[in-house]
Design a protein. Structure first.
Length: 234
């Protein structure tokens, strides 16, 4: 019987911490983080944990395409956008449909819509980016410089994998190298906030799960209008 090792559990803590930091920068702080116990069997993970070693749930949920919370004078206003051109059930992308929809938006809404897509792409890839850096496989600076990258199709045949979803969603953005850009932006953010990643990973490894209030002192502050369209290596 194959079971989760302590090292695999530790790596998973960094993976979920990466997700937690990036979604916090977007202003959607996590409500729940979880990691499975070391020694649990892969069969039990498949049956009871949906084949996941860990889980990060943003406060607004995962299916929040185009749902942005804007705080004005203490009031919360929810602005909604669809995501034409992306079909989450089949993970198919129709760039022509996405471009046609973007043309119907005002300049302000178009920028906001694209920022929302960038945010979801960054959130999806953040776990793997943090994990690769922690294990030493791909340092963050290499992703920032563009000297290395994470191949999204290297993760089996599951089209629902978060990296494959990120690569396809990136196709909705106007830049043809959007996935590479978002990888660099995510790596830059994690490098700038690596101390938060480490704190969250340590706490998650110790406790097994973290709730909204547990994370208050661990997560970074929101960065308005993050993520940007372009990265900087500085």
């Amino acid at each position: 019987m194959i079971t989760v090792t302590a090292q695999q559990r530790r790596i998973t803590c960094y993976h979920e911490a990466g997700h937690a930091v990036v979604t916090s920068l977007r202003g959607n702080r996590p409500s729940y983080l979880e990691v499975v116990d070391a020694g649990i069997s892969f069969e039990e993970i498949a049956a009871e944990h949906d084949n996941r070693f860990g889980f990060c749930k943003p406060s607004n949920g995962f299916e929040t395409f185009g749902r942005e919370f804007r705080h004005t004078n203490g009031d919360t206003v929810i602005r909604g956008f669809e995501l034409p051109g992306y079909h989450p059930d089949t993970d198919e992308v129709d760039r022509q449909k996405a471009r046609a929809f973007a043309k119907t938006l005002s300049e302000y809404d178009r920028r906001d819509w694209r920022r929302i897509i960038r945010g979801r792409v960054c959130m999806n890839i953040a776990g793997q980016v943090a994990e690769q850096h922690y294990t030493g496989a791909i340092p963050l600076q290499d992703l920032i410089d563009g000297s290395d990258w994470i191949e999204p199709w290297d993760f089996g045949d599951d089209d629902s994998h978060e990296m494959r979803q990120a690569a396809r969603m990136a196709c909705l953005l106007p830049a043809r190298n959007a996935y590479d850009r978002m990888s660099a932006i995510t790596a830059r953010a994690l490098l700038d906030h690596w101390q938060h990643v480490e704190r969250i990973a340590d706490a998650l490894e110790s406790e097994g799960h973290l709730l909204f209030n547990d994370l208050t002192a661990l997560i970074p502050a929101e960065i308005p209008n993050w993520p940007p369209a372009r990265s900087t290596s500085k």
